[in-house]
Design a protein around this ligand. Sequence first.
Ligand code: ADP
Ligand code: MG
Length: 670
Amino acid sequence: MGEPAEPGEPVAALAEPAGSGRAGAWARLTANRMTSVGLAVLGLLLALTALAPVLPLADPDATDLSRHLLPPFSEGAWLGTDQFGRDLLSRLVWGTRVSLGVGLAATLAAALVGATIGLLAAYYGRLVDTLLMRGIDTVLAFPYLLLALAIVAALGPSLLNALMAIAIVNVPFFARAVRGQALAIKNLDYIAAARLSGFSDARIILTEILPNVFPVVVVTMATTLSWMILETAGLSFLGLGAQPPTADLGSMLGNGRELVHRAPWVAVLPGVVILLLAVGINLVSDGVRDVLDPRLKSGVLVRPAALTARRLPDAASAAVSAAPAPALGPDLVLSVRGLSTRFEVGGRVLKAVEDVSFDISRGETLGLVGESGSGKSVTALSLAGLVASPPGVMVKGEVWLNGGSGGPIDLARADLATLQAIRGGRIAYIFQDPLSALNPVLRAGEQVAETLVRHRGLGRGAAMAEAVRLLDAVKLPGAREKARAFPHELSGGQRQRVMIAMALANRPDLLIADEPTTALDVTTQQRVLALLDELRRETGAALLFISHDFAVIGDLCDRVAVMYAGQIVEQGSAAALFARPAHPYTERLLQCVPDLKAPHDVTAIPNLPPAVDRLPPGCSFAPRCHRATQACREAPIALRALDGDHAARCLYAEEVAAGTAAPAGAPAHG
Ligand code: ADP
Ligand code: MG
């Protein structure tokens, strides 16, 4: 005790699907076995003390010297008596009641004062912050229990003064925790928005900031409660807290001190209750912290699993291990079949990727296009098992990677070691935001060299030389000097070139570029795209190119797959798809591409995509589709082949492709 507990370590309990809301929190709390034990112990003690006035107990303060120091299990005194003949059972129950009450009251007082100080210091900053927090530092500068002793000595020994002393020495823990959390959120945009809409400071603190720091307050209360009870007991033990004849656990322990040899039960019994209380509270507070700590909840402290959780059907995996891999053409690099990935958040299931199938051949570029949230990134991450778990789960499908020495492997069923060798090796990723994907404290050249050392086993010197060559190949001007630059010293376009150099370092068979140019300006975007295209031609890598921008897709891709609400709704060669879009969604997306020749002819698609945990029973685009009929809304629509490898998930694909108008009588919009 004495030190603020380090807020939680990553805990196994959180790796289980997280519950939502109050019921979920309770379920998660009791899912932890130790917490349940703590709850049971604490619940029993609380029930006993709460019922003290109605239980058939002797008067705790009634002395009867003729019955002094009776051992436990004596007639009329189950737990024995002390040197004044007072009933120990009754004194224990009433004493626990006092100790718990004082501990709780001190905790509440410390929380109230500490949280107020923390909030004010964080919100007003500057002088207020300096004054308040230096005051807090002063309190912290004194040895903890010594300060409490000094306060009681100054105020005079009494239970109330002990309570105040304990509360005062615990205020700093609340103030610091709350200030830290409040500082983190005070500059967020929603606080600025509240300020801009003219809310008063008090209102912002109470309605915008307080609810967000509240979990921190509760967590700190849970961790400090048991110290406070122990500290109160300590002060009472020294005769500075509860005054005779009032019993609390500390004074009972003090009372039994001289009798340890003659009548050990007088001291042992309150000692055992103190132990039970402390252990019970600590077990429960650990559980509460795991459930409530906002940092644990946000997943910051939960180590993401190195591999996406999988719940693939047994039948399929048995078939896979029994039957040989499918015959894949020699040019085929990747064959994805029926891939489904979900997010299980609380009781909800988000079908982020549902039954997605596509092939990519050597030297080919497949464009994956769709609105934000349509499942493009989750598809790409699923391929190498990189979707965050929890909450991600791969529930269906096969991901065949072809061309290795041992024949095709199903990445959906490969083990972690296999996948780790493949990630950054045969499959490389380029992400949207190169600043967060590069390590800020490593120089650009070192980061490229690192992947070479890891996957190709080059020595450091050779790896650095190769890194410079690669940076040169991605047309980073002054590659030799830039190799010594840190990521923050590079422009967005230059950082993206470093990412591309890292991705190409190990001559991947498959390059996955997830919106690689979205964070760049238009000119830089063009250069990076041209570079990607050129490198792909040179290396013969297959490229899975993800974008929400049809204009970019059209420039770069041989084939295109259009995603909507987790499904591929149309797929085909870029030429066919652009000339004869066969799904109304593709048709509308193409109309959204701004045309410089007719700049005003852009029509947004009405309404928003459906939430992937509440998909409509039929076609998910039906609610926004001008052609939708009753049949579209009734049952799922299959992906149908049209001509060649052109396929669409629409009942009216032929009419759409032929450009015939929507049938008369169809509603104009959803
Ligand atoms: P995009 O097409 O823009 O790349 P994503 O593939 O990132 O879309 O997301 C697809 C869906 O999965 C979205 O509805 C998104 O809200 C959901 N999703 C993505 N990551 C998570 C996550 N870690 N937890 C819960 N849902 C997620
Ligand atoms: Mg994305």
